[in-house]
Design a protein around this ligand. Structure first.
Ligand code: GTP
Ligand code: MG
Length: 136
């Protein structure tokens, strides 16, 4: 069975939405295999977001992700990578479809970085790489 990395980002944790977000994942039928809550350091975030290095939102993104606790989840299920991306909605929370996590619970607050509540791995290669980073 497939695994993915889900992060409830600092905006989601600070707003008290962790339970609702994890409940949607479970309600769709996926399993929460492992969970941890902590404030990630720069080294972990630079490795996690290596593909975005050099983009204008990269530094604000890393700074935002270091700004407070995140909840990292290892989630499993058949086609969970695609399934969670669909549940999360598109990247910009202001226009993400209603019915999705980002569309129902999120909006933009800052031009420099989209605070969009969650991260989900975007391919099986990313999932394997990211799960190794966040869960060893
Ligand atoms: P993740 O699940 O967090 O990886 O989101 P994603 O796959 O929908 O987006 P992507 O990997 O392209 O970008 C990672 C994060 O960078 C996003 O979740 C946003 O927080 C931020 N980001 C991406 N693109 C933009 C952009 O064009 N402008 C701004 N301000 N932030 C962006
Ligand atoms: Mg991404």
């Amino acid at each position: 069975t497939e695994h993915t990395l889900v992060l409830v980002k600092p905006d989601g944790v600070a707003r008290g939405l962790t339970g609702q977000i994890l409940a949607r994942i479970e309600a769709k039928g996926y399993e929460l295999v492992d969970l941890k809550k902590f404030t990630p350091g720069r080294e972990l975030l630079e490795a996690h977001y290596a593909e975005h290095e050099g983009k204008p939102f990269y530094e604000p993104l890393v700074a935002f992700m270091m700004s407070g606790d995140v909840v990292a989840a290892k989630v499993s299920g058949h086609r969970v990578i695609e399934g969670f991306r669909s549940l999360a909605g598109t990247t910009d929370p202001t226009t993400a479809a209603p019915g999705t996590i980002r569309g129902d619970l999120g909006r933009d607050w800052d031009l420099k970085v989209q605070q969009n509540l969650v991260h989900g791995s975007d391919s099986s290669e990313s999932a394997e790489r990211e799960l190794a980073l966040w869960f060893g």
